[in-house]
Design a protein around this ligand. Sequence first.
Ligand code: ADP
Length: 345
Amino acid sequence: MTDEHLNSLTASRQQEVIRYLKTVIEPILKNNVVSLGMVRNLCIVDDYVYLRLYIGAHQQDFFKEIQYVLSNLSWCKKTYIQICTIPGVKVTLAISSGKGGVGKSTTAVNIAAALKLQGAKVGLLDADVYGPNIPQMLGLGQADIQVIHTPTGEKFLPLEIQGIKLMSVGLLAEPNRPLAWRGPVLHKIITQFLQDVEWGELDYLLIDLPPGTGDAQITIVQESPICGVILVTTPQQVAISDVRRNIHMFRQVGVPVLGIVENMSYLICSDCGLRTPIFGSGGGEQLAAELQAPLLGQIPIDPRICSGGDTGHPIAVTNSTSAAGEVFVQIATALLGTFCLMQSI
Ligand code: ADP
C-alpha cells in the first residue's frame, strides 16, 4: 500500500471511529462524549485504536461502553483507552482569562463559595503560577502543606477553609518571593499538582488557570479532565481580543466553553442607583454572540469585592443579595442545574 493510500485509509477509519464514539451519550448533559471533549488524542495505528478518556469520578462506565461500541468496528483488533481522571472528583471546571487583573481569581473564589453555600462539595486548585492569590482571597495566610502516604504514593493534602478544599502553587513558594518556574520545572509542578493532591470526594473542582495561552495553561488543559471552562473578561476591546485567543486554545483541545463572565461591567451610584459602564458596554455580549458561548453574567464594580478579596470574605457569602453577589449565586445555580450532581450527594 502506498503512503497516500495508507493516509487516506487512516483518515477514513478515524472518521468512522468518531462516528461510533458519537453514539455514546453522557446522560446528564445529553450530548456525546466527543462533543463534550471527553475523548482526546485519538490515534489509529494499523488496526488498533488509541485514545484518552477524560472523565469524572462518576463516569467510569464510559470505559466499558466505549470498548463495547468500538468492538463493532470490523477492522479494529483492539482499543487502548487511557483514562484521565482526578480521583474522587466528579466535575472539573476551569476559570480562565486572556490577561491578568480582570477578576479571574475573584470569579473562581466566589463561584466556589456560592456552590458550597448551595450544598456542593467544592475544591479550588489555584494553578495561577504567575499570581497565586486565592489563599488570601479565602483568608488563609502562609500555611504548611502536608504530604501523606497513600497506596498510590505520596500526596499533598489540600487545606480546608470556609468549607472549601484548597490547594495553591502559592503555598509551595516562599512568601514574597516571585514564582520563577519555567519550562520543564513548571510542567512538572503543574502535572504533580493535577495528579498528586488527595482531594477526597468532590462534586466540583475549580481550577484557577494562569491568564493567557502559554505553556502552563496548555499543560493544565491537556492533562486534566476539565469538562468546561468559564472565561472571564472585562468589557474593553483589548481584554476581549485576548479572550478570543483563549477560547481558540480551548476549542483546539476540545474542551467545551461553558460561557463568558463579564466583570467590572458597570458602577452603581450609591445615591441614585444609576449604572455607569466605566469601561464601555456591550463587549461581553458581542463576544458571546460572536463565539456562540452564553454570557453567564455581568458583574458590577463593587469596592466590597476588592476589600472582601483582601480580607478573605467573598462577596457571594457576605453580600449574596448584592448585584455582584447575585450574579455569582446565579452562575453557581446554573452549574448545579447543568451537572445535576446534587441528587447523588
Ligand atoms: P485576576 O485573577 O484576573 O488577575 P483578580 O481576581 O485577582 O484578577 O482581581 C484583581 C483585583 O481586582 C483584585 O484586587 C480584586 O479584588 C479586584 N476586583 C476584581 N473584580 C472586581 C469588581 N467587580 N469590583 C471591584 N474590584 C474587583
